[in-house]
Ligand binder design. Structure first.
Ligand code: TNX
Length: 508
């Protein structure tokens, strides 16, 4: 059993013995960013493999060293599996651990890092326990790590593979978020979406609106919280970029805005600031389109966020505004999307954005089955929108695993590991053309989650399941195999300090 999650397009065991890795000399091609070698070394270190320098066009490997050659080659890898896509994925890679050497080939640098992540999951210490995935380095005592002889050809099914984290309901700061980026990277996801504003708090510095900081020190249940300064946000994006992860910031409007109306009384109907809120109800707060303070506020917040964000996308919310007429809501969708586009970015809305005018390229994030809205979603796709699939009953990793589970909510049902695995993204919305599915995003809301351990115990092992839904061809999925591979990853999660839930669906 090879503990690979997500499962690759093609894995061929090669003849020949496992390759012993007393030490590895890494040979990097030209054309990689300066930090790339450090990322490779980090992966190998964490698998207990000694790295002997990484240099451009290293000389012959000396005695006791195995050469790991990374190569950029346009012709690398297989076409995108199972999607009918004509273009091969730019993330495709190959990895061979045969004939006494390791060779990774990819069309682009991101594919080379994927190859090294796969290698890391394949490495086992001398006692046969697999170590893998990202995190703190583990030491392997009393033996030489090995890697089985295999040839892997791999490419993702969907380009959009992400995780959304609510840092408002409970605050998770830069240290926690870096650990989340490591986890996201280990499963070859590309997007970390941060839900940064909501009723309880405001979690990001907006230079044109410094007063918003006053709404940072509150969360569910009260107590001290915090927010990301511009510098924190920049540093987090740098950290993520070195792992080919893009941060997508979300400013949720025109509902979920009590933190803003707590600071700016002029945004409310009666001009009075609202009280701070530390409960978990949704749907009660709102902006007013005709209030003269509203558009300048949207322009300031979206403008600053767009300027601070390296990625292509700004998420402008749109969910659960329970007290607004359709027409006014549609005007908010139109205005927010226009401001995002004026700043050269692409807007993302929760699925409710389909109630407004939709431009080609807009992304809509599906989260809840509202049957009567399916026609609207199909119409939005006809108008050129694409969907990120985050169905609550499969991909909401804040749902309890079982009724007895101490953490989480259950409005979308109980989401055991198998529920997060057994679903087909193109079959969620009746009538939606498969080509309108941009990909898959897990989401973890944090009303009941207060510590990193609690957060990770909801993410693991289910994030691996959602990652496999996003990466692996539908026909190649198999829950029993996935569960066995998941058990194989547990030692590495322990070594990395990543708390996981020992669901009985896995023989740990
Ligand atoms: C629904 S999903 C919400 C969030 C809650 C979450 C709890 C969505 C777009 N809105 O405000 O935190 O349920 O599971």
């Amino acid at each position: 059993m090879l503990p690979l999650v997500p499962w690759p397009t093609e894995v061929t065991p090669a003849s020949g013995p496992s390759l012993a890795l007393p030490a590895v000399r890494v040979d990097l091609p030209d054309g990689l960013p300066a930090w790339f070698g450090a990322r490779v070394a980090e992966q190998l270190d964490a698998a207990g493999v000694t790295v002997r320098g990484h240099q451009f066009s290293a000389g012959e490997a000396s005695d006791g060293e195995v050469r790991l050659t990374l190569r950029l080659d346009d012709a690398a890898g297989p076409p995108a599996p199972g999607t009918g896509a004509d273009e091969p994925s730019p993330e495709r890679y190959s990895l061979r651990t045969t004939d006494g050497a390791i060779v990774a080939t990819a069309a682009e640098p991101v594919g080379l890092l994927h190859a090294v992540r796969t290698l890391r999951q394949l490495v086992r210490p001398a006692d046969g326990t697999p170590t893998s995935v990202e995190g703190t380095p583990t030491s392997v005592e009393g033996g030489i790590p090995t890697v089985p002889a295999v040839v892997v050809h791999d490419a993702p099914r969907f380009a959009w593979r992400g995780l959304s984290v609510d840092v408002v309901r409970h605050w998770f700061g830069p240290d926690d978020l870096r650990a989340v980026v490591d986890l996201v990277g280990a499963f070859k996801l590309r997007v970390l979406h941060l839900h940064l504003t909501d009723d309880q708090g405001w979690r990001i510095e907006i230079p044109s609106r410094p007063e918003l900081e006053k709404a940072s020190d509150n969360q569910v249940g009260g107590g001290t919280a915090g927010y990301l300064t511009v510098d924190d946000f920049t540093a987090l994006q740098d950290y993520a970029a070195e792992r080919y992860v893009t941060i997508v910031p979300e400013f949720d409007m025109p509902g979920h805005v009590n933190a803003a109306t707590h600071v700016y009384g002029q945004l409310t109907a009666d001009g009075l600031a609202t009280d701070a809120y530390d409960g978990i109800e949704v749907g009660f707060s709102r902006l007013w389109f005709d209030n003269p303070a509203t558009e300048p506020f949207l322009r300031d917040v979206i403008g600053d966020l767009a300027r601070m964000t390296r990625g292509e996308w700004v998420h402008v919310g749109g969910d659960e505004v329970l007290t607004m007429e359709h027409e006014e809501f549609a005007r908010f969708v139109d205005l927010a999307a226009r401001i995002v586009r004026e700043h050269g970015k692409t807007p993302i809305f929760w699925q409710e954005g389909a109630r407004g005018p939709v431009e080609p390229g807009t992304l809509l994030q599906y989260w809840e089955p509202k049957g009567e809205e399916f026609e609207r979603f199909v119409a939005a796709a006809d108008a050129g929108a694409r969907f990120i699939m985050s169905p609550g009953n499969h991909a909401y990793l804040d749902m309890k695993y079982t009724p007895e589970h101490p953490l989480g909510l259950h409005w979308a049902g109980y989401v055991e590991l198998r529920d997060s695995y057994d679903w087909e993204p193109t079959a969620v919305i009746d009538g939606l053309p498969a080509g309108a599915v941009a990909g898959v995003e897990a989401a973890v809301w944090t009303e009941t989650l207060t510590t990193r351990d609690e957060l990770f115990s909801m993410l693991l092992p289910r994030l691996g399941a959602v990652a496999e839904v996003a990466w692996t061809a539908a026909a190649a999925k198999d829950f029993d195999g996935f569960a066995a591979r998941t058990a194989g990853l547990a030692p590495a999660w322990r070594a990395a300090g990543w708390t996981f839930h020992q669901t009985p669906q896995v023989a740990w």
